[in-house]
Design a protein. Structure first.
Length: 360
């Protein structure tokens, strides 16, 4: 019997070649899949870091811009300069990486997340990517320029994406197939929902830290005012001269705030309406009260102050504190399984009590 070694060898070589190709293909696919997973993980980390920086900026807004800034809870406008405009910029690569205000005229402003914004004393950076960019969309209800958007606990996000309809901002990276259109600041959420990676900021995400920041500011302002006007814990020098409550005065939370935050005598606050008081030439933190973020955004409507009876004749012996320190707010709504319904904080609850008193 003759053996056809040439044919057998060619057959074995072909079979071996196919096996090697299959192993190599599997290995390549595994590496490719691993690379895609790793790449997506890096993208997710970048988005999470940028999201955290964006939320911190909104919560600490008054620390960056002072009393005449837009106020807590405001977000920057998008950057609408195309990413390609940065390629030949070698002398100052960050100079054109800021927002392009004004924005929000058409409900939702879209573009890219700014690399930075200018703040008092320097710049606040949202990310450090060498080549922009993260997609960024923000609700026109929350933008900071023009400075005429009222942001307080009643303000809702109005971006619809996925199962939520109360979104304030969206950060995302499109899929590779959408990259040719990446230079266009006008983009739709479809490119992110299809194959992109994105994260969102909802109203419920920011209200708890936001209310805590405003409550902290209020405590500082109110207690500093009491100490300044009442001359220490004895409370007899200044408080007896127009800074105590007349017996006939029906003290409300708004009356208390206007009295202690400004130079408004209590007898005037008791006899006039809040609307009329706000037209008076009063000052808060060195600026006219009507220009202060606390008044422009009507935050005073979301503050409750209880008063111990011992404090009414002599407030100098008392201090303002939070009721329930761990959570300075309470909610009136009940959580619903419906994604469009959610628990919303409503009030900051304070109490004027004797120094050292334990609050509930």
């Amino acid at each position: 019997m003759k053996h056809h070694w040439g044919q057998d060898q060619r057959g074995h070589i072909l079979l071996l070649g196919l096996m090697v190709l299959m192993v190599a293909s599997a290995a390549w696919l595994g590496v490719g899949s691993s690379h895609r997973v790793e790449h997506r993980s890096v993208q997710t980390l970048q988005l999470d870091q940028a999201r955290a920086a964006l939320i911190h900026y909104a919560v600490s807004y008054i620390d960056h811009y002072g009393p005449q800034g837009a106020g807590p809870g405001h977000f920057p406008c998008p950057d609408t300069d195309p990413p390609t405009s940065f390629k030949n910029q070698t002398t100052e690569p960050w100079s054109k990486g800021g927002p392009n205000p004004p924005c929000g005229r058409h409900g939702v402003a879209t573009g890219w997340l700014p690399r930075h914004v200018n703040v008092n004393g320097g710049r606040y950076h949202f990310h450090a990517r060498p080549q922009q960019r993260l997609r960024y969309a923000v609700s026109g209800q929350f933008i900071n320029n023009p400075v005429n958007r009222e942001v307080n606990p009643n303000t809702k996000g109005d971006i619809n994406l996925g199962q939520f309809n109360d979104i304030i901002a969206v950060l995302g990276l499109p899929s590779l197939s959408a990259m040719p259109l990446y230079n266009d600041p006008e983009w739709s959420f479809d490119e992110l929902e299809t194959n992109g990676t994105y994260t969102i900021v909802r109203a419920d995400t920011i209200w708890q830290p936001l209310l805590q920041r405003v409550a902290s500011w209020l405590l500082t302002q109110l207690n500093s005012s009491i100490e300044l006007r009442c001359g220490g814990n004895d409370g007899l020098s200044s408080c007896a001269q127009g800074w105590h409550w007349p017996a006939e005065c029906d003290v409300t939370s708004v009356t208390m705030l206007l009295h202690w935050l400004t130079d408004l005598p209590m007898h005037t606050a008791c006899s006039e309406s809040v609307e009329l008081v706000l037209t008076m030439p009063l000052w808060l933190e060195g600026v006219p009260i009507k220009k202060h973020w606390f008044v422009r955004n009507h935050w005073y409507r979301f503050v409750d102050i209880q008063i111990d009876n011992v404090c009414k004749p002599n407030p100098g012996r008392c201090r303002v504190g939070l009721i329930n320190n761990s959570n300075p707010m309470h909610t009136d709504n009940i959580h619903s399984p419906d994604a469009s319904s959610h628990v919303r904080p409503h009030r900051i609850r304070l109490k004027l009590a004797s120094v050292g008193a334990v609050l509930p």
